[in-house]
Design a binder for this molecule. Structure first.
Ligand code: RET
Length: 247
């Protein structure tokens, strides 16, 4: 179809994407399997978290198949000093994944902290701004991409403040179990999410590392932010009564 890029993944990058796809799929069925051992009313966190990894599995299937990308002219290229006319493979399918999954992950966390829905709604809106500015910045073919990146970073600062300050304080009032669940999953999230803009700067933004290295960087982040996060969340919820969270 003519959609080829000068700088793209190799078969090794593709294999890695399929391996991550397999882990996401196994995690999804495991979370559903775990949910079946509980009454329907108690399955909220299992369902939210399973949805996250199902979506990720399909995004990784696309990237492993070398689909869901578009070639974008690179500003800078280490491998090609004559940058003009060099096109990098940009996987927009990542942002479709994140647009669906990051609000679900925030819902997981903020419901665990017992936050009221108007607050959750607003933090999710800011999260959507972050993802869309990242997508537009990745698709823009000029230095303006860093303007979009800056908007996205402001959004992330606001989200992080909400998690490490507002939600953490609320969780602390709801008892030891809730506090421990929130601190475990919240600190993992705060730490990991800050690494995403760094990956973006090296990949979609600056074209500093290769698409195969991009696959490894984002892949490890996504494995920790989705299946590992999900397993920790579901485990930590084992003794928490949803009524205590107002659910
Ligand atoms: C972008 C670029 C613009 C600036 C910022 C970004 C942050 C992205 C984040 C993504 C998190 C994704 C997760 C996915 C699935 O598990 C969009 C890269 C700040 C924080 C957690």
């Amino acid at each position: 179809n003519g959609a080829t890029a000068d700088i793209s993944i190799t078969p090794r990058g593709s294999d890695w994407y399929f391996a991550v796809c397999a882990v996401m799929t196994v995690a999804a069925f495991s979370f559903i399997g775990l949910s079946l051992r509980r009454p329907r009313r108690d399955r909220l966190f299992h369902y939210i978290t399973a949805a996250v990894v199902f979506v990720a599995a399909i995004a990784y299937f696309s990237m492993g198949s070398n689909l869901g990308f578009t070639p974008i002219a690179a500003e800078y290229s280490r491998s090609n000093p004559k940058v003009r006319g060099t096109f990098r493979e940009i996987f927009y399918v990542r942002y479709i994944d994140w647009f669906i999954t990051t609000p679900l992950l925030l819902t997981d966390l903020m419901l665990t902290a017992g936050m009221p829905w108007p607050t959750i709604f607003f933090v999710i809106m800011v999260d959507e701004i972050m993802i869309i500015t990242g997508l537009v910045g990745a698709l823009v073919q000029s230095v303006y991409k860093w303007g979009y990146f800056a908007f996205g970073c402001f959004a992330l600062i606001y989200i992080t403040y909400h998690l490490v300050w507002e939600s953490r304080r609320n969780a602390a009032r709801l008892g030891t179990d809730v506090n421990r669940a929130f601190l475990t999953c919240g600190s993992l999230t705060a730490f990991l999410w800050i690494l995403y803009p760094i990956a973006w700067g090296l990949c979609e933004g600056g074209n500093v590392i290769s698409p195969d290295s991009e696959a490894v960087f984002y892949g490890i982040l996504d494995l920790l932010a989705k299946p590992v996060f999900g397993a920790l969340l579901i485990w930590n919820h084992r003794n928490i009564d949803l009524a205590r969270l107002g659910l």
